[in-house]
Design a protein around this ligand. Structure first.
Ligand SMILES: Cc1cc2nc3c(=O)[nH]c(=O)nc-3n(C[C@H](O)[C@H](O)[C@H](O)COP(=O)(O)OP(=O)(O)OC[C@H]3O[C@@H](n4cnc5c(N)ncnc54)[C@H](O)[C@@H]3O)c2cc1C
Ligand SMILES: NC(=O)C1=CN([C@@H]2O[C@H](COP(=O)(O)OP(=O)(O)OC[C@H]3O[C@@H](n4cnc5c(N)ncnc54)[C@H](OP(=O)(O)O)[C@@H]3O)[C@@H](O)[C@H]2O)C=CC1
Ligand SMILES: O=C(O)C(=O)Cc1c[nH]c2ccccc12
Length: 411
C-alpha cells in the first residue's frame, strides 16, 4: 500500500467503537460477546477469517470429537441440545456455535486481521489496526480491548534440516482432513500430542502405515475409566484432593488400564498430567484408540527427527527410514506478540498471560485490556473468563454511560 506524504495510508479510516473491541470470533470471542449482550453492552468483533470458529471449521481433521464430555465444553448461557452425544463431533460443536452466535445476534466483522493494537496513554484509549481482505486499513478505537485470538492462532512447524530436499508431501496437522489419500503410504507423524495420536489412529484406519516421532514424551490417559470420563473423575477428585495426589491416582488408574507406556517409547513427563497442563500448558493425551494400535505395533513409535532427506528421515538415534509423507503434529502458538504492543508486560513472549496461575486472575490486564481463553483450561476455562470479563466491562461501560448522560466527559 502506498504511503502519502503525511504518513497515513490512502485507504485508512478511523472508527470510534461503542463498547469493547473483541479480537477473534472463536468460542472465546463468542462467549464474551454473548455475555456482553446479556449486560446490554454493545461490542465489535474483528475476525481475520470469513466465518466464526475458524479453527474448528477449517483447521481440524474430519474425525475430530470433543475429547472432554459435553458438560465441560458448553459456553455460558446455552446448553448443548439434549440429543448431542457425550463427546460431540466437530460438526455438532460447529452447529452449536452457529446457533449460539445467531441466538445472541453476534455479527462479527469478518476478513479483518488485527495487525496492531496499542494503548494511547494521552487519550486513554486502545487503537486497534485491522487490515481487511481487500487491503483497506481501519483503526478501531475503544476504551476496552478483549484478546480472544486463541492459544492456537498460528501453527508451529519446526525448522528441520533437509526439509527442502524431501520429495514427498509435508503438511501440518491443521491441514490434515483424513487418512484416505495416504492408503498404503508410509507416513511420519512428528509429535505425540492429541493431534499426533489421533492422526496416527486415523491413518491406520485408512490403511496407511504411520510412524510417530516422539521427542520428550507425554502422559497418555484412557478417555474413560470405570464407565466415567477420566476428566470428569479428575474434576470431582480435585474438589477434595490436591492436584499432586489426583495426578498420582490418575497415573495409577492409567497404569492399570493401559500398562506401562514407557515400554513402548512414550516416556511420562516428571510432572503429573494435570499439574503439567497447569504449569506448562502441555495437554495429556486422552486416548481414543491409538494406544492399542501402538501396543499392537500398527503405529510405530520412533525417535526425534534429526533431519529429512530426499526419501525419508534420519533420527537422533542414528536410524534412517523411508517415508512418503511427513505430517507435523507439532502444535500451535498464540500470535498476540505479533500485534499487541503490550507496554504493561501482561503477556509473555509466547503470547500467553504472564499470570497463568491462579487462572482466576489472568483474564484482566491493565488499561481496559482483557484476555479470554488463555487459561489453559479449554472451553470451560474460556467460558469462565468470558463471564468475569464481560461483567467487569459492563460495570465500567455503565459508569461511562451515566457520566455521559450527566454531561461529564469520560476522557
Ligand atoms: C484440534 C483441537 C481440538 C480441541 N478440542 C478441545 C476440546 O475437546 N475441549 C476443549 O475444552 N478444548 C479443546 N481444544 C482447545 C481449543 O483451544 C478450544 O477448543 C477453542 O477453540 C479455543 O477457543 P478460542 O476462541 O480461544 O480460540 P480459537 O478457536 O483459536 O479462536 C480464535 C479466533 O481468533 C481469530 N484470530 C486470531 N488472530 C487474529 C487476528 N490477529 N485478528 C483477527 N482475528 C484473529 C482466529 O481466526 C479464530 O477464529 C482443542 C484445540 C484443538 C487445536
Ligand atoms: N479431540 C480433541 O479434543 C483434541 C484436542 N487437541 C488439543 O489441541 C491442542 C493442540 O494439540 P496438538 O496439536 O496435539 O499439539 P501439542 O502442543 O499438544 O503437541 C505437540 C507435539 O509436537 C511435539 N513437538 C513440538 N515441537 C517439536 C519439535 N520442534 N520437534 C519435535 N517435536 C516437537 C511436542 O513434543 P514435546 O512435548 O517434546 O514438545 C508434542 O509431542 C492441545 O490442547 C490438545 O489437547 C488436539 C487434538 C484433538
Ligand atoms: O484439549 C485440551 O487441551 C484442553 O484444553 C481441554 C483441557 C482442559 N484441561 C484439561 C486437562 C486435561 C486434559 C484436557 C484438558
Amino acid at each position: 500500500m502506498q504511503e502519502q506524504a503525511n504518513g497515513t495510508s490512502p485507504r485508512q479510516s478511523s472508527c470510534l467503537v461503542n463498547g469493547p473491541i473483541i479480537v477473534g470470533a472463536g468460542p472465546s470471542g463468542l462467549a464474551v460477546a454473548a455475555t456482553l449482550r446479556q449486560h446490554s453492552v454493545p461490542f465489535t468483533i474483528l475476525e481475520r477469517s470469513n466465518g466464526i470458529a475458524d479453527l474448528w471449521t477449517n483447521r481440524t481433521y474430519g474425525r475430530l470429537r470433543l475429547h472432554l464430555p459435553k458438560v465441560f465444553c458448553e459456553l455460558p448461557h446455552v446448553r448443548f441440545p439434549p440429543d448431542f452425544p457425550i463427546y460431540p463431533s466437530k460438526h455438532d460443536f460447529l452447529r452449536y456455535l452457529h446457533s449460539y452466535a445467531a441466538h445472541f445476534s453476534i455479527a462479527p466483522l469478518f476478513g479483518r486481521a488485527v495487525t496492531q493494537a496499542r494503548f494511547d496513554e494521552a487519550a486513554a484509549l486502545w487503537r486497534v489496526t485491522a487490515v481487511a481482505d481487500g487491503g483497506e486499513v481501519t483503526e478501531y478505537v475503544s476504551k476496552w480491548l478483549v484478546v480472544a485470538s486463541g492459544e492456537n492462532a498460528e501453527v508451529v512447524v519446526p525448522k528441520v534440516k533437509g526439509r527442502e530436499r524431501f520429495a514427498g508431501e509435508v503438511l501440518h496437522s491443521s491441514e490434515y482432513k483424513s487418512g484416505e489419500r495416504f492408503k498404503g503410504k508410509r507416513v511420519l507423524v512428528v509429535g505425540c500430542g492429541n493431534s499426533g495420536m489421533e492422526m496416527c489412529l486415523d491413518l491406520c484406519e485408512h490403511g496407511a502405515i504411520p510412524f510417530m516421532s516422539v521427542r520428550s514424551g507425554v502422559h497418555v490417559l484412557p478417555r474413560e475409566m470405570l464407565w466415567s470420563s477420566t476428566f470428569g473423575i479428575a474434576m470431582k477428585l480435585l474438589r477434595w484432593l490436591p492436584v499432586k495426589l489426583v495426578d498420582r491416582l490418575l497415573l495409577l488408574a492409567a497404569k492399570m488400564a493401559l500398562g506401562d507406556t514407557e515400554k513402548y517409547g512414550l516416556k511420562r513427563p516428571k510432572l503429573g498430567p494435570l499439574e503439567i497442563k497447569d504449569v506448562t500448558g502441555k495437554s495429556p493425551v486422552l486416548d481414543v484408540g491409538a494406544w492399542s494400535l501402538i501396543k499392537s505395533g500398527n503405529i510405530k513409535v520412533v525417535a526425534e527427527v534429526e533431519s529429512l532427506g530426499c526419501n525419508g528421515a534420519r533420527f537422533v538415534d542414528g536410524s534412517e527410514m523411508a517415508f512418503d509423507a511427513v505430517i507435523f503434529a507439532t502444535g500451535y502458538r498464540s500470535n498476540v506478540p505479533s500485534w499487541l504492543q503490550d507496554a504493561g508486560g501482561f503477556f509473555t513472549e509466547d503470547g500467553k498471560p504472564r499470570a497463568r496461575s491462579p487462572a482466576s486472575s489472568n483474564w484482566r490486564g491493565p488499561n481496559g485490556l482483557y484476555c479470554i481463553g488463555f487459561s489453559g483450561k479449554g472451553l470451560l476455562g474460556a467460558g469462565n473468563d468470558a463471564l468475569r470479563a464481560a461483567a467487569d466491562i459492563a460495570g465500567s461501560w455503565l459508569q461511562e454511560q451515566e457520566q455521559a448522560a450527566a454531561g461529564i466527559s469520560p476522557v
